[in-house]
Design a protein around this ligand. Structure first.
Ligand code: NAP
Length: 253
């Protein structure tokens, strides 16, 4: 039955940035589909853990600052110790810094590239090695952005990191498909989270953005639920290297 192919019962999913925003929604979607969740982040993710457990799944919080890739081994080790295996990795954690291109600082470049691209790369590498050792394939889903396709303004490191994520998604699929590992990305449109608080509270920018979204509203975390379960499940097993826009039609304009 087709709906059975979407089930994630017995699977173990690592979700970075699961404390709030889109990551919390992605973790809950995977848990609702049957997966146990490892939530990775700096701050407390107890609210996510409680919600996952209310769905009857197990939750492990791993405290890690993804600015430094040194945390990668710990994330993998703690997951294996607690749950014995890894089936799904969702690289969601991400940050943004805004400044004019001519004034953009090295700090704002490095911080964003480290979290959004460098640690994403090394965590994916560590998890892919586990998938290969386990011998049963696996699923990796990166969270990309509209700025994987567009340049944006005043977000030099963010647009560079997210364009990099889209390229890396294709490279990883090319190299890992032979191991039964699916690598894809989701490119959310304009979503109402802390990340976009500054844009939404700027009345002019908010009006301009809403006028350009065919769906006529900001997205919410729940809008990504179907996409992440699809790409993390057997239902998406022949989808490789794709970045799926979930954007209310933004890119179609
Ligand atoms: P958010 O509300 O700001 O949440 C960011 C999450 O990332 C938090 O859980 C945060 O953990 C975690 N994080 C940030 N820096 C970290 C670090 N150094 N180490 C560990 N965890 C870290 O952001 P969001 O809007 O949900 O965005 C999630 C992802 O979607 C990001 O990759 C973002 O670029 C992407 N995205 C968002 C939008 C949008 O419109 N919101 C659109 C396209 C793409 P703590 O709570 O511990 O700080």
């Amino acid at each position: 039955m087709i709906l059975d192919q979407f089930k994630l019962d017995g699977k173990v999913a690592i979700v970075t940035g699961a404390s709030r925003g889109l990551g919390k929604g992605l973790a809950l979607a995977l848990a609702e589909a049957g997966a146990d969740i490892v939530g990775v982040g700096v701050s407390n993710s107890a609210a996510t853990g409680k919600a996952v457990e209310a769905l009857g799944r197990r939750y492990l919080e791993v405290t890690a600052d993804l600015t430094d890739k040194a945390c990668v081994a710990d994330i993998v080790d703690k997951t294996k110790t607690a749950f014995g295996r890894i089936d799904i990795l969702v690289n969601n954690a991400g940050i943004i810094r805004r400044n004019d291109f001519v004034d953009f600082s090295e700090q704002d470049w490095d911080d964003v590239m480290d979290v959004n691209l460098k640690t994403l790369f090394f965590l994916s590498q560590a998890v892919a090695r586990e998938f290969i050792a386990q011998g049963e394939g696996g699923k990796i889903v990166h969270i990309a952005s509209m700025l994987s396709y567009q340049g944006g303004i005043r977000v030099a490191s963010y647009t560079s990191s997210k364009s990099g994520v889209k390229g890396l998604t294709m490279l990883m699929a090319n190299e890992l498909a032979q191991h039964g590992i699916n690598v894809n990305a989701i490119a959310p449109g304009y979503m109402a989270t802390d990340n976009t608080e500054a844009l939404r509270s700027d009345e002019q920018r908010n009006t301009e953005i809403l006028a350009r979204i065919p769906a006529g509203r900001w997205g919410i975390a729940e809008d990504l639920a179907g996409a992440v379960v699809y790409l993390s499940s057997d239902a998406g097993s022949y989808v490789q290297g794709h970045t799926l826009a979930v954007d209310g039609g933004w890119l179609a304009r």
